[in-house]
Design a protein around this ligand. Sequence first.
Ligand code: FAD
Length: 618
Amino acid sequence: MKHQDYDIVVIGGGHAGCEAACVGARMGCSVALVSFKVDDLGIMSCNPAIGGLGKGHLVREIDAMDGVMGRVADRAAIQFRLLNRRKGPAVQGPRVQADRALYQSVMREEIESHPNLTFVEGEVTALIFEDGKKARGVILANGARITSDALILTTGTFLKGLIHIGDRKIIGGRMNAKASTRLADQIIDLGIELGRLKTGTPPRLRGSTIRWDVLARQDGDDDPEMFSFLHDRPFVQQISCAITHTNERTHDIIRDNLEKSAMYGGMIDGTGPRYCPSIEDKIVRFSEKSSHQIFLEPEGLSTDLVYPNGISTSLPEDVQQDYVHTIEGLERAEISQVGYAIEYDYVDPRCLTSGLMMRSMDGLYLAGQINGTTGYEEAAAQGLVAGLNAALQASGKSGVTFSRSESYIGVMIDDLTTKGVSEPYRMFTSRAEYRLSLRADNADQRLTPFGREIGCISDRRWAHFSQKRDAIDHCANVLKEKSISSARLSAAGFNIRSGGPAKSGYEALGLGSDLLPLLENIVPELDEHSSKTKLQVARDALYANYTVRQNREIQALKAGEGVLIPCDMDYAAINGLSTELLGKLLNVRPETVAQAGRIEGMTPAATVAILAAVRRQE
Ligand code: FAD
């Protein structure tokens, strides 16, 4: 039987696997990516969209580390929208709707053209260990062995995957794909703790049977923002989506058939994503609502399929048909693929290091949905972390950790490895304590220099980034050195008291995110800078004061992490602790400030307040 040797073997060609394989290869390692089929590469099991609030931040961070997801999403995007466009830059989330087939083919092109990366079609049935605890390779269903220094397991929803449609059960990792059962058995035999989670997907509709003319249109942005810092315009034709709603008749049908739903009929053990509820969930949990919004999203430029975003379900096929037909515009809609739920095994991520390696198995890394997360972006970001660390290990170097204060990637990895999951974990901006500085727009400024230092940034990207950074620095310095009297600012339209102290142009920009045009009127030096550069400087200036305060807070926390908290600490006497936090602190009674900081819901400000209270008692 054939035997091949690589630095890294990645198991699974989903979003985590593709990103892990590419970064491993980018770091100079020889990588084998093994997946059931070559068509697995870049498959979106559910909605054909990438990004959104929190998730879009992750994609930008992946791109800042020279990853593939952002570039592939841009090339396949048929609609770009910056969510929360009217709110501050910190909570804006880039999102694209992608042509599903195009996304897959562009991802496949990326993988197949990547130097150092070999795709192997096949099922991994066993992992090879040396001395029982050093990962050494894999065995495929055809008996072939592939040896390696590190393994990255990214099997998504495939470990003991079980599909539910009403009371029908189908063994599979997703529709029309087999489950990974032999590998799951070996993982159980290794003594790795597994839990069970579930997720669901809506029926797919035939676009030609939808009455588009009666529905509200949803267009993409006029000035689309790309995911990749390397791109500046869409690659393919852009399309519109449409919006419709469920109604009382829809809800009646679903309510009348709830016991037939796999989710509600007791057929599923796993826990589902609270933040991505099925239509059954919405009707039970929000029973006061008479309508729920549905986005009708075409799945591509050369397909008739439409994804109805908002009605994922595990009801039987005939019930799905009945309730879909009650919805405006969908009265005669044909279902081309029935909606379903899937439950699957996941590994408790608390057994992983911050580099996503299993503490008990040297060289075995886990990334993606197998770690209890949900979503393509969360999976890809973990793939990046696991791939980087596996590559560093294979090259005999120490691993890297992403910190909570520097990236959403760091927030997610820390949440997973310290708190674990009780339901499928999804990224939100509210999970990040430092969200004013962890913006999607500055992901490259935060991470590309770090990526370059550890060797995963190409010369091309580095040249592009350096040019951009120099332009931003130059523009910011011009503004920092420009002193403008308050009278001049006031006359130009700034909401500022004439007669107050003069401000630098940079400070003036910090007064509001929409003041750039006013400043341009009185600072002619700005003319020589591109609008992209000026906009980025304005965003940075807006949060500059906050960033200084945050850095001070981070330093104080780092210095105080080892400080012991007296066991009789009077938390009730500390100002600024919410009742919820107070309850948790009294319950846990942390021994150190670092431990207090890890309590779920603890904010850096609250940790600083505890540190100050301890210091007062010393
Ligand atoms: P996957 O994309 O699942 O990829 C796993 C890969 O591993 C596959 O290519 C598979 O072929 C391969 N593989 C598995 N076992 C083996 C083996 N033994 N040998 C070789 N190859 C193997 N996310 C959301 O954000 N929102 C949703 O609403 C949502 N709904 C979903 C609904 C359904 C029905 C499903 C299946 C998933 C849904 N997801 C949703 C989740 C989303 O698809 C995943 O989070 C994401 O794809 C995970 O990426 P991954 O790389 O971890 O795994």
